[in-house]
Design a protein around this ligand. Structure first.
Ligand code: SF4
Ligand code: SF4
Length: 307
């Protein structure tokens, strides 16, 4: 049987900063809240959220034979994560997007972890996920003891705050011990993320109204010729406003994983004019391996023109 301590050691060697281990269960309460959130229309046009609801809240329905979920997190905090030199900067980009696309990076790290575990247990079967399937990633992280869900609905970890990216290795074997869920919240009386949100998108229920969340508006909203009816507050890809204000992010260290320790570019050094005169070829060459490619240059230019 795999040892929890061995798994965590190998996860750190694969480049993760945090690793917790949990067993499977059906998250009935989360499913109830999520269905209410969808019914209230807060999911906007993110239709993929409505698919596979039964699997989203019960990993056993998503992966046959699953016994254990290894939840890993990597710190991506950079100097830019905490804000911009001028508050009215017009070309702000969420700091995770200034690195290689985390989908590829984390998949590689999980593949490394899986290969290491298979050396110990050759019969081990596993599937790796990172923001790529209907998996309740943040709740699984809480179950695995990594942190709590903050008022802005993000995972907050005691060691690295909110600037973490999650990946999960779902395996078909039990391990010698499981982590206890993280109990309670350390938000206390703080409401800074709610106050910092430019569009009042954070609901009292600790959920997000995707209809006015800048992260969705700049990346996921179907692009039409019409301008957005809500402000983007200078953000052209994603939004860090409800994270950079969080007191739990103030003193946490910057990333040490080589994939995130040195961002590929600094959005503060790029002017609106540079973005607007950039060709598709220049964009692909410079940002082709970052998450910006998912959005594409036309959308970024539209976001700049809107504000
Ligand atoms: S990402 Fe931005 S717009 Fe969305 S909830 Fe956070 S602060 Fe508000
Ligand atoms: S800003 Fe405050 S309320 Fe929001 S997640 Fe951080 S500690 Fe919690």
């Amino acid at each position: 049987m795999l040892k929890s301590s061995t798994i965590k050691d190998l996860a750190h060697r694969a480049g993760f900063d945090l690793c917790g281990i949990t067993s499977c269960r059906h998250f009935a309460e989360n499913e109830h809240h999520f269905r209410e959130w969808l019914a209230a229309g807060y999911g906007a046009d993110l239709l993929y959220l409505e698919r596979n609801l039964d699997k989203r809240f019960d990993v056993a329905k998503l992966v046959e034979g699953v016994k254990t979920i290894i939840v890993c997190a990597v710190n991506y905090k950079s100097a830019r994560s905490l804000g911009y030199p001028t508050p009215n900067h017009r070309t702000k980009i969420a700091s995770y997007a200034c690195n290689r696309d985390y989908h590829s990076v984390i998949k590689e790290m999980l593949t490394t972890l899986y290969a290491s575990l298979k050396e110990i247990v050759p019969s081990l079967k596993a599937r790796a996920f990172t923001d790529s399937a209907p998996l309740l990633e943040k709740q699984l992280a809480v179950e695995a003891g990594l942190g709590w869900i903050g008022r802005q609905s993000l995972l907050v970890t005691p060691s690295f705050g909110t600037f973490v990216l999650l990946g999960e290795l779902v395996i078909d074997q039990e391990v010698d011990s499981y982590d206890s869920p993280f109990v309670g919240s350390r938000c206390g009386e703080c409401h800074r993320c709610i106050e910092a949100c430019p569009n009042s998108a954070i609901l009292p229920t600790m959920e997000i109204d995707a209809r006015c969340c800048i992260s969705r508006l700049t990346i996921e909203k179907e692009m039409t010729g019409e301008p957005n009816s809500t402000s983007l507050d200078g953000w052209i890809f994603g939004c860090d406003a409800c994270q950079s204000c969080c007191p739990h992010n103030r003193t946490t260290p910057c990333a040490t994983n080589p994939n995130f320790a040195t961002p590929l570019f600094d959005p503060a050094s790029l002017s609106a004019e540079e973005w607007l005169t950039m060709t598709k070829e220049q964009f692909s060459e410079r940002f082709g391996n970052t998450p910006l490619i998912r959005s594409g240059l036309p959308r970024i230019q539209k976001n700049i023109n809107q504000d």
